[in-house]
Design a protein around this ligand. Structure first.
Ligand SMILES: [Zn+2]
Length: 181
C-alpha cells in the first residue's frame, strides 16, 4: 500500500515533467474556466500538481507579443510560485513549502522554433508543482485553495486527492474553496 501510494506520488512528478513540454497544448484541449489540482498526502509530505488554461491565468493563450503581455506572464509565474499563499494547508500541521516549480510555454523564449505545432497558437497552459513537508501531518485536515483570489477569471478547480484514508475528489468554486481531507 505504501509503495503504491509512493509510486503514485512519483507519478505526479513525472507527469509534471511530461506536461511541461510544449506538445501538451496540442495533445489535449482544456476547458477555459476549469483548472485541475492533483494532491497526494504521503507521510509528512504533501505533493500538489496544478494545471490551468493560460486563459484563466493571464487572459490569453498565444505567445506574448507586447511588453504588457510579457509582464503579465512574468507576474503570473511569480504569483504561482507562492504555493503557501495559494494552498493553505491546516495551519496546525506546520507544513512548509520546500519546492515550487511553475512552467508555461508562454514564458519560454525561442520556444516556437523548437515546437512548430499549429495548435499551440490556440491553447496553452500553466503547470505548477509544489512539495510541502509537514511537522505535524496528523493534524492535516484539509486545504483552502486560494487561487480564486489571485486569478479572477478562474471559475472552477477540480481537485482529486490521494489521502491516507483513500481517494477523494471535489469541485471547488469561489466561495466554496475548502477541500477537507
Ligand atoms: Zn485554451
Amino acid at each position: 500500500m505504501l509503495a503504491r501510494r509512493l509510486s503514485m506520488g512519483i507519478g505526479f512528478c513525472a507527469a509534471a515533467a511530461l506536461l511541461s513540454g510544449g506538445a501538451w497544448a496540442a495533445d489535449k484541449a482544456h476547458v477555459h474556466g476549469e483548472s485541475k489540482v492533483k494532491l497526494a498526502v504521503e507521510g509528512n509530505v504533501v505533493e500538489i500538481e496544478f494545471e490551468s488554461p493560460a486563459h484563466d491565468i493571464v487572459g490569453f493563450e498565444s505567445m506574448p507579443k507586447t511588453a504588457k503581455q510579457r509582464a503579465a506572464v512574468e507576474s503570473a509565474v511569480a504569483a504561482l510560485k507562492k504555493g503557501e499563499a495559494l494552498f493553505r494547508l491546516t495551519p496546525g500541521a506546520g507544513c512548509k513549502l520546500e519546492e515550487a516549480e511553475v512552467e508555461t510555454p508562454l514564458a519560454e523564449s525561442g520556444h516556437k522554433e523548437e515546437h512548430k505545432h499549429a495548435e499551440e497558437e490556440e491553447h496553452s497552459e500553466f503547470h505548477a508543482h509544489y512539495h510541502f513537508r509537514c511537522a505535524q501531518p496528523g493534524r492535516l485536515k484539509g486545504v483552502e485553495v486560494r487561487l480564486f483570489d489571485s486569478f479572477r477569471t478562474m471559475r472552477e478547480v477540480e481537485v482529486s486527492a490521494i489521502l491516507p484514508g483513500g481517494q477523494r475528489a471535489a469541485s471547488l468554486k469561489p466561495g466554496a474553496n475548502r477541500f477537507d481531507f
